[in-house]
Design a protein around this ligand. Structure first.
Ligand code: GRF
Length: 200
């Protein structure tokens, strides 16, 4: 049976779109079982609607984290989601949520972790004076931008870069490595040793 992805997003949804394109063109052997957003107005959710994919939203503002996450987990289970892909999901996950999908949650972050975790990673890289930055796909644990790293792509920081130009160049790589990482976990030919994700 094909693996079922649950995509969690809060905004634009360009990573979701790249994944969806690879599912539709057969490069990713899985189905998108649910696109969920904590922001009903997220552009990514509209995209899911346009693509005819199952989608749902619950407003997170003002809701206690564990209670909110329990609703999200129930929704994902209802849709028989095997793998959870965070794609610009602007919320920390509770440890209960993480343990319910242990080892089956992925995230993409726009820096070479562990450099520049958290918000505005491209701005952080630029203002720090980094000459190289990039993006990282990693497993998600209870800590922010912290779990074992699956794939990274490096991007040079140019002298005339702005946050926008740098972010755009990183995004091109994000769209490639997120699908590559998903394809890898779906193949299952990896093992985790400590923090290291190794090919088997
Ligand atoms: C991306 O830069 C991703 O790395 C970060 O949030 C942004 C989401 O962009 N986690 P999009 O919504 O996928 O276009």
């Amino acid at each position: 049976m094909r693996a079922r992805l649950g995509i969690l997003l809060s905004g634009r949804g360009s990573n979701f779109e790249a994944i969806a394109r690879n599912v539709l063109n057969g490069k990713l052997p899985c189905e998108i079982a649910l696109v969920f957003s904590n922001k009903p107005e997220a552009a990514g959710l509209q995209l899911a609607r346009d693509l005819g994919l199952p989608h749902a939203a619950i407003k997170s503002a003002g809701v206690e984290r564990t209670a909110f996450d329990a609703q999200v987990a129930a929704l994902l289970k209802e849709h028989r989601v095997d793998w959870v892909c965070l794609a610009g999901y602007m919320r920390l996950l509770s440890s209960t949520f993480v343990s319910q999908f242990a080892g089956r949650i992925l995230n993409i972050h726009p820096s070479l972790l562990p450099a520049f975790p958290g918000l505005d990673a491209q701005y952080q890289a630029l203002t720090h004076g980094a000459k190289l930055t990039g993006c990282t796909v990693h497993f998600v644990d209870e800590n922010l931008d912290n779990g074992p790293i699956l794939l990274q792509a490096a991007v040079p920081v140019l002298d005339n870069d702005t946050v926008e130009s740098l972010s755009g160049r990183i995004l091109i790589e994000e769209h490639k490595i997120y699908s590559e990482a998903i394809a890898w976990v779906l193949r299952g030919d990896y093992r985790i040793e400590g923090r290291r994700v190794l090919k088997i």
